[in-house]
Design a protein around this ligand. Structure first.
Ligand code: AHM
Ligand code: MG
Length: 337
Protein backbone atom coordinates (compact mmCIF):
# COMPACT_ATOMS: atom_id res chain seq x y z
CA UNK A 1 0.00 0.00 0.00
CA UNK A 2 1.30 3.44 -0.86
CA UNK A 3 2.38 5.66 2.05
CA UNK A 4 -0.21 8.19 3.11
CA UNK A 5 0.69 11.72 2.12
CA UNK A 6 0.99 14.07 5.11
CA UNK A 7 0.68 17.72 4.22
CA UNK A 8 2.44 20.51 6.10
CA UNK A 9 -0.86 21.71 7.56
CA UNK A 10 -1.77 18.23 8.83
CA UNK A 11 1.69 17.76 10.30
CA UNK A 12 1.70 21.13 12.06
CA UNK A 13 -1.64 20.38 13.69
CA UNK A 14 -0.57 16.85 14.71
CA UNK A 15 2.62 18.16 16.28
CA UNK A 16 0.94 21.05 18.06
CA UNK A 17 1.47 19.33 21.42
CA UNK A 18 5.25 19.37 20.91
CA UNK A 19 5.16 23.06 21.45
CA UNK A 20 5.18 24.22 25.03
CA UNK A 21 2.34 26.73 24.65
CA UNK A 22 0.30 24.28 22.49
CA UNK A 23 -2.54 26.68 21.89
CA UNK A 24 -2.62 26.65 18.15
CA UNK A 25 -1.08 30.11 17.83
CA UNK A 26 2.20 28.91 16.46
CA UNK A 27 0.31 26.56 14.18
CA UNK A 28 -1.42 29.51 12.55
CA UNK A 29 1.87 31.35 12.13
CA UNK A 30 3.62 28.42 10.49
CA UNK A 31 0.70 27.99 8.14
CA UNK A 32 0.88 31.67 7.18
CA UNK A 33 4.55 31.21 6.36
CA UNK A 34 3.71 28.10 4.31
CA UNK A 35 1.21 30.13 2.28
CA UNK A 36 3.73 32.94 1.71
CA UNK A 37 6.32 30.36 0.62
CA UNK A 38 3.97 28.98 -2.04
CA UNK A 39 3.30 32.46 -3.42
CA UNK A 40 7.01 33.36 -3.48
CA UNK A 41 7.75 30.00 -5.09
CA UNK A 42 5.34 30.79 -7.92
CA UNK A 43 7.08 34.12 -8.58
CA UNK A 44 10.59 32.65 -8.32
CA UNK A 45 9.62 30.10 -10.96
CA UNK A 46 8.34 32.84 -13.23
CA UNK A 47 11.49 34.95 -12.78
CA UNK A 48 12.87 33.77 -16.13
CA UNK A 49 9.88 35.32 -17.85
CA UNK A 50 10.75 38.73 -16.50
CA UNK A 51 11.81 40.03 -19.91
CA UNK A 52 8.47 39.04 -21.34
CA UNK A 53 6.41 40.26 -18.44
CA UNK A 54 8.47 43.40 -17.84
CA UNK A 55 11.73 44.21 -16.03
CA UNK A 56 12.09 45.14 -12.39
CA UNK A 57 11.07 48.69 -11.67
CA UNK A 58 9.12 48.96 -14.92
CA UNK A 59 5.55 48.13 -15.77
CA UNK A 60 4.41 44.63 -16.72
CA UNK A 61 2.02 43.75 -19.53
CA UNK A 62 -1.00 44.58 -17.36
CA UNK A 63 0.36 48.03 -16.58
CA UNK A 64 1.27 47.10 -12.98
CA UNK A 65 4.63 47.90 -11.45
CA UNK A 66 6.99 44.91 -11.49
CA UNK A 67 8.65 44.59 -8.13
CA UNK A 68 12.09 43.24 -7.43
CA UNK A 69 11.66 39.65 -6.32
CA UNK A 70 13.19 40.20 -2.89
CA UNK A 71 10.84 43.09 -2.17
CA UNK A 72 7.94 41.04 -3.49
CA UNK A 73 8.83 38.18 -1.11
CA UNK A 74 9.19 40.68 1.73
CA UNK A 75 5.75 42.19 1.13
CA UNK A 76 4.07 38.79 0.75
CA UNK A 77 5.49 37.52 4.03
CA UNK A 78 4.36 40.63 5.90
CA UNK A 79 0.93 40.40 4.27
CA UNK A 80 0.49 36.69 5.14
CA UNK A 81 1.75 37.17 8.70
CA UNK A 82 -0.73 39.99 9.25
CA UNK A 83 -3.64 37.59 8.59
CA UNK A 84 -3.92 35.36 11.63
CA UNK A 85 -3.51 37.89 14.43
CA UNK A 86 -0.81 35.83 16.17
CA UNK A 87 2.05 38.09 15.15
CA UNK A 88 2.49 41.59 16.63
CA UNK A 89 5.52 42.55 14.58
CA UNK A 90 8.04 41.51 11.98
CA UNK A 91 11.64 42.41 11.27
CA UNK A 92 13.17 41.74 7.89
CA UNK A 93 16.58 41.96 6.31
CA UNK A 94 14.91 44.23 3.74
CA UNK A 95 13.53 46.76 6.24
CA UNK A 96 15.60 49.26 8.17
CA UNK A 97 13.32 49.04 11.22
CA UNK A 98 10.83 46.51 12.53
CA UNK A 99 7.20 46.72 11.39
CA UNK A 100 4.33 46.67 13.89
CA UNK A 101 1.33 44.54 12.97
CA UNK A 102 -1.97 45.94 14.15
CA UNK A 103 -4.10 43.66 16.34
CA UNK A 104 -7.07 41.76 14.90
CA UNK A 105 -10.26 41.99 17.02
CA UNK A 106 -8.28 44.20 19.47
CA UNK A 107 -6.11 41.25 20.64
CA UNK A 108 -2.38 41.83 20.30
CA UNK A 109 -0.34 38.99 18.83
CA UNK A 110 2.03 37.10 21.12
CA UNK A 111 4.82 36.45 18.61
CA UNK A 112 7.33 38.29 16.49
CA UNK A 113 8.72 36.89 13.25
CA UNK A 114 12.10 37.77 11.77
CA UNK A 115 13.07 36.79 8.26
CA UNK A 116 15.34 37.05 5.29
CA UNK A 117 12.71 37.04 2.52
CA UNK A 118 15.01 36.06 -0.33
CA UNK A 119 18.41 34.79 0.66
CA UNK A 120 21.05 34.57 -2.05
CA UNK A 121 19.61 37.44 -4.05
CA UNK A 122 22.67 37.60 -6.34
CA UNK A 123 21.56 34.21 -7.69
CA UNK A 124 18.02 35.20 -8.68
CA UNK A 125 18.77 36.41 -12.18
CA UNK A 126 20.82 33.37 -13.12
CA UNK A 127 18.42 30.60 -12.16
CA UNK A 128 20.40 29.35 -9.17
CA UNK A 129 18.71 28.34 -5.90
CA UNK A 130 17.53 31.03 -3.51
CA UNK A 131 15.72 30.70 -0.20
CA UNK A 132 13.63 32.23 2.56
CA UNK A 133 14.70 32.02 6.23
CA UNK A 134 12.45 32.68 9.22
CA UNK A 135 12.71 32.80 12.99
CA UNK A 136 9.90 33.08 15.55
CA UNK A 137 10.05 34.39 19.13
CA UNK A 138 7.45 34.84 21.82
CA UNK A 139 7.26 38.53 22.62
CA UNK A 140 8.71 39.72 25.93
CA UNK A 141 7.08 43.18 26.02
CA UNK A 142 3.73 43.90 27.63
CA UNK A 143 0.99 42.26 25.55
CA UNK A 144 -1.39 45.16 26.03
CA UNK A 145 0.67 47.38 23.72
CA UNK A 146 2.47 47.21 20.38
CA UNK A 147 5.69 45.20 19.95
CA UNK A 148 8.99 46.73 21.01
CA UNK A 149 12.62 46.46 19.95
CA UNK A 150 13.40 44.13 22.89
CA UNK A 151 11.03 41.54 21.38
CA UNK A 152 13.35 41.22 18.40
CA UNK A 153 16.69 41.46 20.21
CA UNK A 154 16.43 38.10 21.94
CA UNK A 155 19.15 35.48 21.96
CA UNK A 156 18.81 32.63 19.46
CA UNK A 157 18.23 30.17 22.31
CA UNK A 158 14.87 31.88 22.87
CA UNK A 159 13.54 30.97 19.41
CA UNK A 160 10.32 28.96 19.49
CA UNK A 161 10.50 27.98 15.84
CA UNK A 162 12.73 28.53 12.83
CA UNK A 163 12.85 27.30 9.29
CA UNK A 164 13.84 27.87 5.72
CA UNK A 165 12.46 27.33 2.26
CA UNK A 166 14.79 26.44 -0.60
CA UNK A 167 13.53 27.22 -4.09
CA UNK A 168 15.70 24.69 -5.92
CA UNK A 169 15.21 21.79 -8.29
CA UNK A 170 12.24 21.23 -6.04
CA UNK A 171 10.91 23.55 -3.35
CA UNK A 172 11.48 22.29 0.18
CA UNK A 173 10.42 23.78 3.50
CA UNK A 174 12.42 22.67 6.55
CA UNK A 175 11.46 23.73 10.06
CA UNK A 176 11.84 23.04 13.75
CA UNK A 177 9.88 23.96 16.85
CA UNK A 178 12.59 22.56 19.10
CA UNK A 179 11.59 18.91 18.76
CA UNK A 180 13.65 17.76 15.81
CA UNK A 181 13.68 18.92 12.20
CA UNK A 182 11.33 17.92 9.40
CA UNK A 183 11.28 18.70 5.70
CA UNK A 184 8.36 19.09 3.27
CA UNK A 185 8.56 19.08 -0.51
CA UNK A 186 6.12 21.16 -2.51
CA UNK A 187 4.06 18.99 -4.83
CA UNK A 188 3.15 21.48 -7.57
CA UNK A 189 0.37 19.24 -8.89
CA UNK A 190 -1.65 19.64 -5.68
CA UNK A 191 -0.05 22.87 -4.43
CA UNK A 192 0.81 21.38 -1.03
CA UNK A 193 4.00 20.90 0.96
CA UNK A 194 4.14 17.15 1.73
CA UNK A 195 6.26 15.51 4.44
CA UNK A 196 9.30 14.13 2.66
CA UNK A 197 12.16 14.23 5.21
CA UNK A 198 11.19 13.07 8.68
CA UNK A 199 13.42 13.78 11.70
CA UNK A 200 16.43 15.04 9.75
CA UNK A 201 19.79 14.18 11.34
CA UNK A 202 23.02 15.64 10.04
CA UNK A 203 25.87 13.13 9.53
CA UNK A 204 28.44 13.42 12.35
CA UNK A 205 31.11 14.27 9.82
CA UNK A 206 31.29 14.75 6.06
CA UNK A 207 33.35 15.39 2.96
CA UNK A 208 32.25 18.92 2.09
CA UNK A 209 33.45 22.33 3.15
CA UNK A 210 31.75 25.50 2.00
CA UNK A 211 33.38 28.92 2.18
CA UNK A 212 34.05 31.77 -0.24
CA UNK A 213 37.67 30.84 -0.80
CA UNK A 214 38.04 33.84 -3.12
CA UNK A 215 38.47 35.91 0.06
CA UNK A 216 41.36 33.70 1.27
CA UNK A 217 43.87 36.53 1.50
CA UNK A 218 41.35 38.58 3.52
CA UNK A 219 40.87 35.91 6.21
CA UNK A 220 42.68 35.89 9.56
CA UNK A 221 45.77 33.71 9.73
CA UNK A 222 44.04 30.87 11.66
CA UNK A 223 41.25 30.76 9.09
CA UNK A 224 43.73 30.61 6.21
CA UNK A 225 45.51 27.71 7.92
CA UNK A 226 42.18 25.99 8.54
CA UNK A 227 41.22 26.33 4.87
CA UNK A 228 44.63 24.96 3.87
CA UNK A 229 43.95 22.05 6.19
CA UNK A 230 40.56 21.35 4.54
CA UNK A 231 42.32 21.22 1.20
CA UNK A 232 45.13 18.99 2.61
CA UNK A 233 42.47 16.62 3.90
CA UNK A 234 41.04 16.42 0.33
CA UNK A 235 37.65 17.76 1.42
CA UNK A 236 35.42 18.79 -1.46
CA UNK A 237 34.72 22.50 -1.81
CA UNK A 238 31.14 23.52 -2.70
CA UNK A 239 29.98 27.14 -2.63
CA UNK A 240 26.71 28.27 -4.16
CA UNK A 241 26.60 31.73 -2.59
CA UNK A 242 23.12 31.16 -1.15
CA UNK A 243 23.50 30.34 2.54
CA UNK A 244 20.28 28.31 2.57
CA UNK A 245 21.40 26.13 -0.33
CA UNK A 246 24.94 25.63 0.97
CA UNK A 247 23.67 24.64 4.42
CA UNK A 248 20.88 22.48 2.98
CA UNK A 249 23.52 20.31 1.27
CA UNK A 250 25.51 20.05 4.47
CA UNK A 251 22.45 19.18 6.55
CA UNK A 252 21.81 16.15 4.36
CA UNK A 253 25.30 15.12 3.31
CA UNK A 254 27.48 16.34 6.19
CA UNK A 255 30.18 18.98 6.10
CA UNK A 256 30.97 22.46 7.33
CA UNK A 257 29.90 25.93 6.16
CA UNK A 258 31.92 28.99 7.13
CA UNK A 259 31.47 32.71 6.62
CA UNK A 260 34.33 34.14 8.68
CA UNK A 261 35.33 37.76 9.21
CA UNK A 262 37.06 39.31 6.24
CA UNK A 263 38.76 42.65 5.79
CA UNK A 264 35.55 44.02 4.22
CA UNK A 265 33.27 42.48 6.88
CA UNK A 266 35.29 42.40 10.14
CA UNK A 267 32.26 41.01 12.04
CA UNK A 268 31.30 38.56 9.29
CA UNK A 269 28.75 39.30 6.57
CA UNK A 270 25.71 37.27 7.53
CA UNK A 271 23.00 38.68 9.77
CA UNK A 272 22.70 37.24 13.26
CA UNK A 273 18.92 37.62 13.54
CA UNK A 274 17.76 36.82 10.01
CA UNK A 275 20.28 34.19 8.92
CA UNK A 276 22.64 32.85 11.60
CA UNK A 277 20.21 32.24 14.48
CA UNK A 278 17.48 30.41 12.55
CA UNK A 279 19.97 28.26 10.62
CA UNK A 280 21.77 27.49 13.91
CA UNK A 281 18.53 26.42 15.63
CA UNK A 282 17.76 24.03 12.77
CA UNK A 283 21.34 22.74 12.70
CA UNK A 284 21.48 22.08 16.45
CA UNK A 285 18.08 20.38 16.36
CA UNK A 286 19.42 18.10 13.62
CA UNK A 287 22.44 17.19 15.78
CA UNK A 288 24.85 19.74 14.31
CA UNK A 289 26.74 22.66 15.86
CA UNK A 290 27.10 26.37 15.17
CA UNK A 291 29.66 28.83 16.55
CA UNK A 292 31.25 32.10 15.46
CA UNK A 293 34.96 32.48 14.73
CA UNK A 294 35.49 33.60 18.35
CA UNK A 295 34.26 30.05 19.08
CA UNK A 296 31.13 31.23 20.87
CA UNK A 297 27.85 29.38 20.37
CA UNK A 298 25.86 31.51 17.89
CA UNK A 299 22.54 31.15 19.70
CA UNK A 300 24.02 32.55 22.94
CA UNK A 301 25.10 35.86 21.43
CA UNK A 302 23.05 38.73 22.87
CA UNK A 303 21.95 40.90 19.92
CA UNK A 304 22.24 44.64 20.32
CA UNK A 305 20.85 45.74 16.95
CA UNK A 306 18.47 44.41 14.33
CA UNK A 307 20.96 44.17 11.48
CA UNK A 308 23.89 42.89 13.54
CA UNK A 309 26.31 40.68 11.64
CA UNK A 310 28.12 37.60 12.87
CA UNK A 311 30.80 35.26 11.61
CA UNK A 312 29.62 31.67 11.46
CA UNK A 313 30.98 28.12 11.43
CA UNK A 314 28.14 25.61 11.17
CA UNK A 315 27.64 21.97 10.27
CA UNK A 316 28.50 18.42 11.27
CA UNK A 317 29.31 18.28 15.01
CA UNK A 318 32.64 16.55 14.62
CA UNK A 319 33.81 18.97 11.94
CA UNK A 320 32.83 22.07 13.95
CA UNK A 321 34.66 20.59 16.98
CA UNK A 322 37.72 19.87 14.83
CA UNK A 323 37.66 23.43 13.46
CA UNK A 324 37.45 24.77 17.02
CA UNK A 325 40.32 22.58 18.22
CA UNK A 326 42.37 23.56 15.15
CA UNK A 327 41.92 27.29 15.78
CA UNK A 328 42.61 26.94 19.52
CA UNK A 329 45.75 24.94 18.89
CA UNK A 330 46.94 27.28 16.17
CA UNK A 331 46.34 30.47 18.21
CA UNK A 332 48.09 28.91 21.24
CA UNK A 333 51.14 27.93 19.20
CA UNK A 334 51.29 31.49 17.84
CA UNK A 335 51.26 32.94 21.37
CA UNK A 336 54.03 30.59 22.38
CA UNK A 337 55.95 31.72 19.31
P1 AHM B 1 21.69 38.22 0.80
O1 AHM B 1 20.80 37.92 1.98
O2 AHM B 1 21.74 39.68 0.46
O3 AHM B 1 21.38 37.37 -0.36
O4 AHM B 1 23.23 37.91 1.26
C1 AHM B 1 23.54 36.77 1.96
C2 AHM B 1 24.26 35.80 1.06
C3 AHM B 1 24.26 34.41 1.64
O5 AHM B 1 23.17 33.69 1.17
C4 AHM B 1 25.56 33.83 1.14
O6 AHM B 1 26.04 32.82 1.96
C5 AHM B 1 26.46 35.03 1.11
O7 AHM B 1 25.62 36.17 1.01
C6 AHM B 1 27.39 35.04 -0.04
O8 AHM B 1 28.23 36.12 0.08
P2 AHM B 1 29.58 36.26 -0.78
O9 AHM B 1 29.15 36.57 -2.16
O10 AHM B 1 30.34 37.38 -0.11
O11 AHM B 1 30.31 34.95 -0.66
MG1 MG C 1 20.47 36.50 3.14
Amino acid sequence: MANKIITLDEFIIKRQNDFSYATGELTALLRDIGVAAKIVNREVNRAGLVNILGIHGSENASGEDVQKLDMYANDKLIECLSNSGECCGVASEENEDYVEIPPIASENGKYVVLFDPLDGSSNIDVNVSVGTIFSIYRRVSDESGPCELEDFLQKGVEQVAAGYVIYGTSTILVYTTGNGVNGFTLDPSIGEFCLSHRNIQIPKTGQYYSINQGYYSKFDLEMRRYVDNCSDMNLRLRYIGTMVADIHRILFQGGIFLYPSTRKYPDGKLRLLYECNPMSFIMEQAGGKSIDTQLQRIMEIKPTELHQRASIVIGSPQMVDEMKAFVQKYSASNVLG
